[in-house]
Design a protein around this ligand. Structure first.
Ligand SMILES: Nc1nc2c(ncn2[C@@H]2O[C@H](COP(=O)(O)OP(=O)(O)OP(=O)(O)O)[C@@H](O)[C@H]2O)c(=O)[nH]1
Length: 616
């Protein structure tokens, strides 16, 4: 034990002068001794064990005792703090409010790990289910029963022991199938007739799918996709505006929703220059019910929607202020324009672009701003046994030059287009069937073989390429919204394909008007009244629809100019401003939301183009 003087000098030595200091050991028992020393002293102090005359221990010393000491944890009030009990009503109200927020595709719950999300999610979530199933599997079939020398799991019965047997087996199966087919014909009394169920089954055998139609489904491509998804905070799913549902990868969406719900998924409807504005707006409206959707036209010189997309990315970057950078992955079917969008955002050619599928082979990182990185991904095609080869080909997934007998896909392509647009594109009319059409086309364009016969293959490939590259106009009409005026909003393929050309006629002088149209397209999720339709336009102004990439189509020149300055690795000023703005937002205790469309509308209104347009 120290004296007052000793203690004072110790405090001074350790620099712990002044009152109310933390970490000062209070003087008392064991002040200068540690636990080990105290134990040793106790052994000495508490005496030795008691022994009898023979020297055997009759009473053990306390340190030798084999009795278990009573070890109880002293109850502490702290255990019971921070515990709240709320009523069932309050809980269900809270659940409802949060579920509403989290189901809205345009809002994002901040600081989710500070909210009791497990209360909101039902207990029977996938993960819970999986865990339960895994537990059950372990309980019912332990490791030793499944693997190892005492395994009891049944082996798969192959029925054959070698490859030759397997080949023989499949031949037998084929023979029996043919027999059954004959029987079916006999029973139905259709001997010698083509068609019917048995006939169609035979067709299926005859037309096994070419391996080329499995492009974009290889393990390598899917590995690339998962690499991109894993490294991205924001996933941009690029869709072709002409066939948005056909180019949707639902399995990937499901994967992201279930396995990585913290990542933001956004749809970008690219190639919107190839479809009429009303169709594009309606698709945006339909798709934004599920995920935020933007309309886009990728072009370095003449883009559409670039400002909106950059604004959205900035919002995401300010949302994740705590991160060093935000990565944005571009995924989607091959040839939908992922690389083109990246080039448009960077305003220069940073990724290779080609009008054929599978140009991007591996993922690549591109810097957009200091804190925003873009990742290009090779195109992926979710395998779907119900997809026919025609559908796959007409989505632009395979290279037309690699398919056998391309003329077999012409009827499907012609069915997607309107006859008068084909007539106008190729200046031919009055064909009876697709072969007749190809022959007329071949003679007109001089694609003949040696004997003067038309090169059907070559012409078919040309037509298919024109179809895919936007030379022949076509689009998939969006579903009718509930309660829409019949025949007014959605006129399908018969409708107003001429809208685009009218805008092209309007040209640069009307660029302000088309900017406000951007906003209305982006807002289309909000209501039909915001979509400006050109009711008075007819189909006649359709020439040169396919040249849209270079034509002064839907021009948002003012926007491009603005962003042209804004993009670049050093661009930070605007970014910071946005950060500040969103920073304040995220300080609030209640869940904050991101409203891309609102933000965009505000921006455009500040700039004034919308007002000006209205005044005119
Ligand atoms: N008309 C039009 N064509 C576009 C647009 N965006 C891209 N394209 C064209 O579509 C073709 C394919 O573009 P890419 O950027 O290579 O497509 P991708 O998705 O990267 O393709 P993969 O590399 O196969 O994954 C190119 O010929 C582009 O010029 C657009 O907005 N409008």
């Amino acid at each position: 034990m120290g004296t007052g003087k000793k203690e004072k000098s110790r405090k001074e030595r350790q620099g712990k002068t002044g009152d109310g200091m933390a970490n000062v050991r209070v003087k008392g028992e064991n002040f200068y001794r540690d636990a080990k020393k105290v134990k040793k002293l106790n052994i000495l102090k508490e005496g030795k064990p008691q022994r009898n005359a023979e020297g055997t221990i009759t009473k053990a010393a306390s340190y030798q005792s084999r009795e278990k000491p009573q070890a109880r944890v002293e109850p502490n009030r702290k255990w019971f703090t921070n515990t709240r009990v709320i009523s069932q009503e309050a809980l269900s109200a809270f659940r409802g409010a949060v579920a509403e927020q989290s189901s809205d595709p345009y809002s994002y719950l901040l600081k989710q790990n500070k909210l009791p999300m497990s209360l909101i999610r039902d207990n029977n979530t996938k993960n819970g289910l999986k865990q339960h199933q895994a537990k059950m599997a372990i309980e019912t079939a332990p490791f030793s029963d499944t693997f190892g020398p005492k395994a009891q799991r049944k082996r798969v019965k192959m029925g054959v022991s070698s490859l030759e047997d397997l080949a023989g087996e499949s031949e037998k199966m084929h023979d029996s199938f043919l027999e059954r087919q004959e029987q079916a014909k006999l029973l139905s009394g259709k001997i010698g007739e083509e068609g019917g169920e048995a006939g169609s089954a035979a067709d299926i055998i005859a037309t096994a799918r070419e391996p080329i139609f499995s492009k974009g489904q290889s393990k390598r491509i899917w590995n690339e996709l998962y690499k991109v998804i894993d490294s991205s905070d924001v996933i941009i799913h690029v869709l072709d505006a002409r066939d948005p549902l056909g180019t949707r990868c639902r399995s990937v969406e499901k994967y992201v929703k279930e396995e990585a719900p913290h990542k933001h998924l956004v749809f970008v409807l690219n190639k919107c220059d190839l479809v009429p504005t009303s169709v594009c707006a309606n698709w945006v409206r339909v798709l934004s019910k599920e995920f935020p959707t933007l309309a886009f036209h990728a072009s370095i010189t003449n883009s559409f929607g670039k400002g909106s997309l950059i604004n959205l990315l900035r919002q995401f970057s300010s949302l994740h202020k705590d991160r060093k950078q935000v990565s944005v992955g571009f995924i989607g079917y091959p040839n939908v324009g992922k690389s083109s969008i990246i080039n448009t955002l960077r305003a220069k050619k940073v990724c290779t672009v080609a009008p054929v599928a599978g140009e991007t082979k591996v993922w690549q990182y591109i810097t957009l701003m200091k804190r925003i990185y873009l990742i290009d991904c090779p195109g992926v095609v979710p395998p779907n046994p119900n997809d026919t080869p025609e559908e796959i080909l007409l989505r632009g997934v395979v290279r037309v030059e690699n398919v056998d007998n391309p003329e077999q896909y012409i009827p499907a392509a012609l069915a997607k287009c309107k006859e008068k647009h084909i007539e106008r594109t190729y200046d031919i009319r009055g064909w009876k069937d697709h072969i007749d059409f190809l022959e007329m086309m071949g003679r007109r364009s001089g694609r003949l073989l040696k004997g003067g016969e038309v090169d059907l293959d070559g012409v078919a490939k040309m037509v298919l390429n024109d179809f895919l590259r936007g030379k022949i106009p076509w689009f998939t009409p969006p579903p009718k919204p509930d309660g829409a005026d019949d025949g007014k909003e959605m006129e399908g393929r018969e409708g107003r394909l001429g809208e685009m050309s009218r805008k092209r006629k309007i040209g640069e002088t009307e660029s302000v008007g088309s900017l406000s149209r951007d906003v209305s397209i982006l807002q289309a999720g909000g209501g039909a009244d915001q979509v400006e339709d050109d009711d008075d336009v007819d189909d006649d102004d359709f020439e040169g629809f396919g040249d849209d990439i270079s034509a002064p189509g839907i021009d948002d020149g003012s926007e491009v100019g603005e962003d042209g300055e804004a993009i670049g690795p050093d661009d930070d000023d605007d970014d910071d401003q946005n950060n500040d703005q969103a920073g304040n937002e995220s300080e609030t205790t209640k869940p904050a939301t991101v409203m891309p469309s609102d933000h965009l509308v505000e921006d455009s209104q500040n700039d004034g183009p919308r007002k000006r347009h209205k005044q005119r």
